[in-house]
Design a binder for this molecule. Structure first.
Ligand SMILES: NC(=O)c1ccc[n+]([C@@H]2O[C@H](COP(=O)([O-])OP(=O)(O)OC[C@H]3O[C@@H](n4cnc5c(N)ncnc54)[C@H](O)[C@@H]3O)[C@@H](O)[C@H]2O)c1
Length: 389
């Protein structure tokens, strides 16, 4: 079968640092090739197309959908644009990979899922934390009672100044710096949609769908800076929530200006009556899972090492940045090309969007919010069996 022809929407930091370097490796050529780039900053799209050998570039998404000859798109634009751009691509009959986060509301997620169904195409919605072998092992350990009765978990991420300091922003192809201001504006700005989303995917990959959320949320840093210029922040950057998984099991979840560093995104701490799991340690000792040895031998500065255990991350991809972004694109390629359904589903992403949106609604109203979405998960199956349905 022919290679999937992929269009990339947004030629910013993640495309330049991750998607394009991975997809221009020769080992993927028979499965996927980047056919077109889109960015309103035309000189960046043009220069990146030349640098990575991409046949065409556009400054308008509809032009690419009409004339770009693509089978699928990866949406790598600011999060607030994902819904509208994704919907247009799905309605044009393209498979869609969403860089996190898929969209910002459950209503939008419903519309995307329905559009994919209607048009007979697939969605893969990052981040695919569910694919990590260490996450599967944590789920098994908790189910086996390795930490007794699970009581609560803690996860989240600090925004810090990560996006102001990404070096790809300063002198990208074409010369114009890549402004990170959207990371601090609504809709879609702030650490919850950009970073805590990893922790929430990981947490729900282990515990399954949640039931309710309550939160406080506000802004701690009103002014940011990029290349010496001030950026007025608008989005909440200090959100602390409690997620109820039922049966008196809770998780404290945060997206804040300070806390665990960006490199530790995804690390979840589980506290049970008989012990704790912190990321890949059980009661302080390393637990075994496929890839443990690789991780133990990785250099201390390789913050992406845990993501190098993903199934497509082999050969040259082992030493490139953003291996998890590459993995998720390949999940869509396999699905579109070979019909191999991915577990990195839009339904799971919708549930995480539900938790984030509901946290903000709880903070506004002062009331706990019932979640209205769910997704398929081994724990859902166990629950169904327990109640005999
Ligand atoms: N930066 C990271 O570390 C990282 C890592 C993984 C995933 N992501 C995700 O990737 C996405 C992009 O993030 P980023 O950091 O690369 O952003 P960025 O700010 O570096 O780049 C965004 C790009 O989108 C372009 N753009 C703006 N409007 C557009 C439009 N209407 N159509 C097409 N392109 C448009 C901008 O010109 C810019 O080139 C986000 O969803 C983010 O959460 C980012």
């Amino acid at each position: 079968m022919d290679a999937i022809r992929l269009g990339i929407v947004g030629v910013g930091t993640v495309s330049l640092r991750g998607i394009l370097p991975h997809l221009s490796q020769s080992d993927v050529r028979d499965r996927v090739r980047v056919q077109a780039l889109v960015d309103p900053v035309g000189e960046r799209a043009e220069a990146a197309a030349a640098q990575f050998g991409v046949p065409t570039y556009f400054t308008d998404l509809d032009d690419m959908l009409d004339h770009g000859e693509v089978d699928a798109v990866s949406i790598a634009s600011p999060i607030g644009l994902h819904f509208e751009q994704g919907l247009r691509a799905l309605e044009a009959g393209k498979h869609v990979h969403f860089n996190k986060t898929m969209c910002t509301t459950v209503e939008e997620a419903d519309a995307l899922i329905e559009a994919a169904r209607r048009n007979g195409v697939h969605i893969v919605a990052s981040p695919g934390e569910v694919l990590l072998p260490q996450v599967t092992r944590v789920r098994e350990l908790i189910a086996e009672g390795a930490i007794g009765r699970l009581a609560w978990a803690l996860c989240g991420c600090a925004f810090g100044q990560y996006h102001e300091r990404e070096e790809e922003r300063l002198s990208p192809p074409g010369g114009r710096p890549i402004d990170p201001a959207w990371y601090f504006r609504n809709p879609g700005g702030g650490p919850m949609y950009d970073m805590t989303v990893y922790a929430l995917h990981r947490l729900t990959s282990v515990l399954g769908p949640a039931r309710r959320v309550t939160a406080f949320s506000g802004q701690a840093v009103a002014r940011r800076e990029f290349m010496g210029l001030g950026v007025d922040a608008e989005a909440d950057d200090n959100t602390i929530g409690i997620v109820d998984f039922g049966d008196s099991t809770y998780a404290v979840v945060y997206g804040a200006p300070a806390g665990m560093r960006a490199q530790e995104v995804g690390g979840v701490r589980y506290f049970g009556t008989g012990g704790t799991i912190e990321d890949t340690l059980l009661n302080g000792e390393p637990f075994d899972f496929p890839g443990r040895e690789f991780l133990d031998n990785a250099s201390a500065g390789d913050y992406a090492a845990p993501k190098r255990l993903l199934p497509h991350v082999v050969g040259p991809h082992l030493s490139l940045p953003e291996p998890h972004v590459y993995e998720d694109v390949m999940q869509l390629v396999d699905w579109a090309r070979d019909g191999k359904a991915s577990p990195v589903t839009a339904e799971h992403a919708r549930h995480v969007v539900d938790i984030i949106e509901s946290a903000f609604r709880s903070a506004r109203t002062g009331e706990a919010q019932e979640l209205r979405t769910t997704f398929d998960h081994p724990s859902s199956q166990a629950r169904r069996e327990a109640v005999g349905t």
